[in-house]
Design a protein around this ligand. Sequence first.
Ligand code: AMP
Ligand code: GLY
Length: 420
Amino acid sequence: MNILILGSGGREHALAWAVKQNPKCDRLIVAPGNAGIAQIAECASLDILNGRDVVRFCEENAIDFVIVGPEAPLAAGVADATRAAGILTFGPSAEAARLEASKGFTKEICDACNAPTAGYARFTEAQVAKDYIRRVGAPLVVKADGLAAGKGVIMGMTEAEALAGIDEIFGGAFGDAGAEVVIEEFMEGEEASFFILSDGKTALPIGTAQDHKRVGDGDTGPNTGGMGAYSPAPVLTDAIAQAALDEIVLPTIREMARRGTPYQGVLYAGLMIRDGKARLVEYNCRFGDPECQVLMLRLGAQALDLLHACAEERLAEMQVNWAEDHALTVVMAAKGYPGAYEKGSEIRGLAALPEDSRNMVFHAGTAARDGALIATGGRVLNVTARGETLAEAQARAYAMVDAIDWPGGFCRRDIGWRAL
Ligand code: AMP
Ligand code: GLY
């Protein structure tokens, strides 16, 4: 099978790493890829938001299977374009990807299928939204409806913060994504991520994880795309996961099918857990980054069989073979991230890390320049390890972090604290 993966982050490096180990994979191309991906796959430059370009590339390179990594090409309809051209594709249609691309749409689906989630109201006018905030009072969560690279959510712990959020979103801080606002009840509890493959009919859970969104140790400082993750997430017990599947995920999949827009791909349910019950915070229509890195390290080569069966609507015949183990990833980021950061600093020491199939350094923002590895993004490396216990995985990951020589980078030192 010739496979094309779209994307360039640590998530796509992890997907490529897992797919590549499966003997069914003949040729592997990642577009655009990065310096780490280039060590295991061909990288191609391609406008991954342009469906026609992607289809042409697939035809020229005899691609049999396309795996879409990030949300932007999904929302732009790239999976629709490749499927229409008869190319097997992992990733939802643009209509189905609205589960991530519109928070208001997700709420509508939750209402239609009675899935437990935060109470909410939708607004298109600032004054009406502000009157509502003054009436119900803080704490509230104010969200831009559309895709805002994870930045369109404002915690209104006080009324003033919530009101300021309205000005920010309707003031254009998130462009078109802020044409509508969703205001939600603030949910307390512990967050965890639940990953489910859906072929439109069958749902197959493929793992749980927990992310660390704040930049600083002890969950302090501004929010980021994620500074580390581990899998499994102990807070998502089997019983809570089963209830979330029955009450949230399966009803969503049935409702999407009923509307004629079946959901095919990975559904990433962000859950808030309290008193043994899960409520939906949000859906994403892609793997989490860096959650994918810990899932792929645990799944290995079978990931390709699972994604392929998902695209061929054969999930009912699949099962996941889990090792009873844990994986943990530490994100190394450029100093300054998530604010302004420097690009181009050199990273040394990766080649000297001992070969070990339980350890993997996935690259996010890297490039090769004159034989050196340089940082090109905010989140740069995902230092990932497996172990029989979470503590063992954590110790292995930080041993690698300590062996990497990158003065321009930093990481959190407490990834995994909640579970340990
Ligand atoms: P979202 O992009 O909708 O997942 O929101 C980003 C983050 O904001 C979530 O991961 C939560 O930490 C937090 N959040 C979002 N909605 C709520 C809510 N209704 N109650 C509490 N926290 C929330
Ligand atoms: N790590 C959070 C996300 O991928 O959305």
